[in-house]
Design a protein around this ligand. Sequence first.
Ligand SMILES: Cc1cc2nc3c(=O)[nH]c(=O)nc-3n(C[C@H](O)[C@H](O)[C@H](O)COP(=O)(O)OP(=O)(O)OC[C@H]3O[C@@H](n4cnc5c(N)ncnc54)[C@H](O)[C@@H]3O)c2cc1C
Length: 486
Amino acid sequence: MPAFPQQFTSTISHWQASNRGRGSLWNHGRHDPLPTEVVDYVIIGAGVTGASLAYQITRAGGAADGKSVVVLDAKDVASCASGRNGGHIAPRSWELFGPLTTPLEEGGAGLSEEDALDILYFEAEHLEVTADIIRKEKLDVDLWTGQRLEVFTTDEGVRRNRELMAQFFAAKAKSAKHRHKRVDWELVADTAEAQRLTRLPAAKELIRGPAGSWHPHRGTTGLLRLALASTSSYCRFFSWAPVARLEQLDSGGWALHCGERGVVRAREVVLATNAYTRHLFPEDMARGEGIPAHIIPYRHQACHITPPDSYAGDGALTNSYSVERGPYLIQTPAGGMILGPFSATVIDVFGSKRDMYPIEDDSGTTGKFRNWMAGYCPQNFAGWGAEKDGEGVDRVWSGILCHSVDLVPLVGRVLDKPGLWASISYNGHGMAKIVNITRCLAENMRTGVWDDRLPRCFEITHARLERAKKCKPFLDEVKDAEKAKL
Ligand SMILES: Cc1cc2nc3c(=O)[nH]c(=O)nc-3n(C[C@H](O)[C@H](O)[C@H](O)COP(=O)(O)OP(=O)(O)OC[C@H]3O[C@@H](n4cnc5c(N)ncnc54)[C@H](O)[C@@H]3O)c2cc1C
């Protein structure tokens, strides 16, 4: 069954609520006829992936130089995860060695340490690439760059951090490719100093390293606007144009069936459809094979907080945060904070993946998450104090993400489907990868050759999909855990 039109009405995020004026691309092309001529490239999805890829391929000399590009979205620009996230561009620390190098059979990605290093340095580079584009294009997106505090609040968290730090440094020393690279992460082992820096009395130890944040709805819109303004490509965007079915044409290329809006024909198609991708492969989905078997949609919830005056002005937080058994958190330049629980926090605090997986509906929020988010700052930040009317949590929303069973994105040509490309499934961490991935994917589309700046483990291969069948059964594990609780 197609995912669109959706039978529910989505919640509205802080980002979507604060970018609605003229120029924001809401309803863009909604009532225009779809193209009748064959288009060179169609990108399905106008989230950060689709917008950033459209921007990249429409640069002079890019894959679409002298060609036509159409971006289709089932709803509005950044209507899904890209307009509903934490806004946190948070390159990962050596912490990623844990899930990435754990064997598939034990719930990890089963990657080598060299793969993990590739991803760590790719994400570090992503922050620089994103900031460079924003500055070069003068995008008004509230870019902040600074440091993220990764805070450990349990003895087990402290121990695990030391273990992964040692694993990272040992792997780096062995790596011909990475051994000479800078390490931007620093350990603050002194508990009093960790508490002073974080203002969290529960902090035991922390590490700190580069991070950023932006207004993701304005960022996505800004990149798409630059694509639409390209003078070297002819780029158009049609919102509210859901692709219900993909048809591979015998004559070459693709027909995209968009219900009442008609059919768009394209030479090449890129899936930037993230959590909803599996609906475009209904047969594989029914058989539990291929890409649909490799990815799972899941739902997260986040909120906007107006801090009391104790955390305003000179008292405002100066870093972004990732707190063990707690939230990710950013301070926006205008003074509000965005906060939401990590998946690990949901499982640790609420005890079940079933609160997240496999959910595709972002129409509601849940009382227990709302209460947890509303209580987090008053209960954990020192001297937060009483919240006046209008302070504290003032907006809560949900959004749908995409999890791949081997924990890394799927990027590049779709297997056995000439002219079909994809960039999907970022495991809750797309803001720290997508701009860099799409920069490389655009180059791959231009040259036809894999761009070696991209971690090779992101590539969609038969071997990868086959290997991932060894993954610990994801939802069975949930069922077992739930049965054990009964
Ligand atoms: C609550 C929440 C908090 C998050 N916080 C962070 C964070 O702080 N840092 C971070 O790095 N990441 C975070 N993420 C994840 C991040 O938002 C995603 O990785 C990223 O936005 C994915 O971008 P995308 O463009 O690939 O997907 P999406 O933004 O989901 O876009 C996919 C688009 O495809 C369209 N589409 C799908 N199917 C079709 C179809 N058949 N026809 C037409 N259009 C279609 C959809 O309408 C949608 O607009 C968070 C996500 C959520 C929900």
